[in-house]
Design a protein around this ligand. Sequence first.
Ligand code: HEM
Length: 404
Amino acid sequence: MTTATAQALLMQLLDPAHRADPYPLYTAIRERGPLQLPDNNLTVFSSYADCDEVLRHPAACSDRLKSTVAQRAIAQGAAPRPFGPPGFLFLDPPDHTRLRRLVSKAFVPKVVKALEPDIAGLVDTLLGEAASPFDAISGLAYPLPVAVICRLLGVPVEDEPEFRAASALLAQSLDPFLTITGAAGDGAEERLQAGLWLRDYLRELIARRRREPHEDLMSALIGVEESGDVLTEDEIVATCNLLLVAGHETTVNLIANAILALLRHPDQWAALAADPGRAAVVIEETLRHDPPVQLIGRIAGEDMTIGGVRIPRGDNMLLLLAAAHRDPVAVERPDDFDPDRPSIRHLGFGKGPHFCIGAPLARLEATVALTALTARFPGATLAADPGYKPNVTLRGMTELPITL
Ligand code: HEM
């Protein structure tokens, strides 16, 4: 395949016409094997085996500054880290190892478990206000995760609207598709301002919690210590920022994608309404069948060979998780939404050293939301096809109308 053909195929992912159902396009891409765009220093993987191998490869890096493309931009005067030090999602060992270990000491299962009554209360309030037709995005999937992260960090309720607005803007900074393909220009200034506002806000909150610790993750992050090592203020800010950005739209998309799949399979909706214990398999199958994070990025830290292709050091790699999850070599009947399949394998929370630290929280939120919604409205139906945002990576709906 020529480079031009590979580029044209990849750019089709940006076409809004594919957003509602990008899966035929993912299949077309996967069937061609790894796509290489040497002029863009980019290789795109889409089979399950290749994505899995990259995620486990010790030379696959997450620090974007290691890429040839970033180095070229810096040489031309671009600011390397406009938001200050990045969250550990974008760091490699030893910094990643150290920060992840310290944060994991504060973000323990007990902290997640303690949020359960809050989550149940929030869902109850949201569904208590629901009237038919009900938009499951603005009425449930969108407001829940940001409210939960605010509770987790200890952000006062009155500050939630501003927090929510900043989060919506910053979500795009996670999108490797936009940064790598150079389509990220729009809204850069707005994102920068939102990032600066959030940094100042978090600094102020840290100062308050230092004076007066609460039972929240922010206070735990301030207090965490291992062998004399602690988190600096900049590191706490970057971590909270990361938790907000990584934990918001991802969870919105999980809840919304699961609701849509259930509505399109009324027998599954009814089964969950009757047996809340089915939530776990519904959620795992949604993460596979329609993953909230459609792709992730890596950089080759050294020359690598994956899937029979050579990737020069410094090249970017895009891993199309959503394509990998429909790979017939790895999954039987991959296009079917079937929570009862014998085993559900997916990379929806990543794999290896960067495996999602918020997975237990996301699963808990989705469990509470889906079981409450189906139990309260066992006969709900899809009122109209949903609308989609333009985002490729955090592909998500703008509205999901339901007849209750
Ligand atoms: C359904 C919801 C979620 C999905 C699908 C999801 C997905 C992912 C994925 C794919 C990664 C790995 C990225 C990579 O390897 O480059 C990741 C990492 C991460 N996620 Fe999540 N996430 C979700 C919810 C959350 C929540 C609720 C939080 C926290 C409040 C969170 C915090 C993080 C953090 C901090 C990392 C970085 C881990 C590291 O680099 O070591 N995520 N997530």
